[in-house]
Design a protein around this ligand. Structure first.
Ligand SMILES: O=C(O)C(=O)C[C@]1(C(=O)O)C=C[C@@H](O)C=C1
Length: 280
């Protein structure tokens, strides 16, 4: 099994892949779109990308790709606990408090915003492609007084020294990663529960349409665990809605509700029914 993941090696996405697909041949891609294109064009068997972080919310790039592109279905969701650490090159350990620039993925920087504001007011902050890309860059540039925010695996792999552990601002920090594949996947781990994701576009300027959509689920007692709007990119005030259901799309009542929602003039994109797996 070839698994494309948002790399380089030792990103949180890599941890997600290794926790559920220990035998997969992991192929790192530099960006989320490159991972998704790889699975779409069948260069790999699956792609694993981040979808949502408990502190920072959705990864908009992933959500937009799911809506605008024709991709394989979501086959699994992996939830990974996120511990962000502050790390420097071994040559710069003694002077780590004098760090001049801190680099990481935008989500990771945001998860540590209070820490950075409190402890490194005067340091510059710069986004990099991923947490591991930032760690790799810092390891290759000992001459710079730079630090990376990344995980323990990245510190070990790229030979950096963790000088401050667990610097994320809130303790409950988890990220959801999704696995997209054309074929059903063999997963050895026990799942925690089944769910589905859909995307809905409402008919233009029809009063009460969102209420009607939610009613179609509510009176059938279909449990929703997420509802989020994203711009359609066709003008201000135009949105699509991403909805997670704690049910399979094969359940009769779910099928009936989607039929009703379509009859109301909405467009429904079904992204898949899948199980959640915990990385711990
Ligand atoms: O940069 C990484 O390590 C990733 O896997 C990406 C990502 C994200 O997109 O949110 C994943 C988990 C963490 O929340 C920070 C970054």
């Amino acid at each position: 099994m070839r698994a494309a993941f948002f790399g380089p090696e030792a990103t949180f996405t890599d941890i997600a892949v290794q926790s559920v697909f220990p035998d997969a041949r992991r192929i790192a891609y530099r960006t989320i779109p490159e991972c998704l294109e790889a699975v779409k064009e069948k260069q790999v068997d699956m792609a694993v990308v981040p979808l949502e972080n408990a502190l920072e919310g959705s990864v908009n790039l992933t959500v937009d790709y799911l809506y605008h592109e024709d991709l394989p279905p979501i086959r699994a969701e992996i939830v990974v606990p996120i511990e962000q650490h502050f790390m420097v090159h071994p040559e710069n350990v003694a002077e780590w408090r004098k760090t001049e620039k801190i680099v990481s993925h935008s989500h990771a920087l945001a998860q540590c915003h209070k820490f950075l504001h409190r402890e490194f007011k005067h340091a510059a902050v710069e986004q990099m492609g991923s947490t591991a890309a930032a760690a790799k860059y810092v390891s290759e540039h000992p001459e710079l007084k730079w630090a990376a925010i990344a995980n323990e695996m990245a510190a070990e792999l790229y030979g950096l020294e963790i000088v401050k552990r667990s610097i994320h601002d809130y303790p409950f920090n988890h990220t959801r990663f999704i696995v997209l594949a054309y074929n059903k996947l063999e997963i050895q781990k026990a799942p925690s529960f089944q769910k589905s994701t859909i995307m809905i576009t409402l008919p233009t300027d029809k009063a009460g349409s969102l209420h009607q959509v939610l009613s179609a689920f509510a009176w059938r007692e279909i449990n929703l665990s997420k509802l989020e709007s994203r711009p359609l990119k066709t003008g201000l005030g135009n949105y699509f809605f991403m909805i997670d259901l704690n049910h399979s799309l094969d359940e009769k009542l779910v099928r009936f509700s989607l039929e009703e929602i379509r009859a109301l003039g909405c467009t429904v994109k079904e992204l898949g029914s899948y199980c959640r797996y915990m990385a711990e």
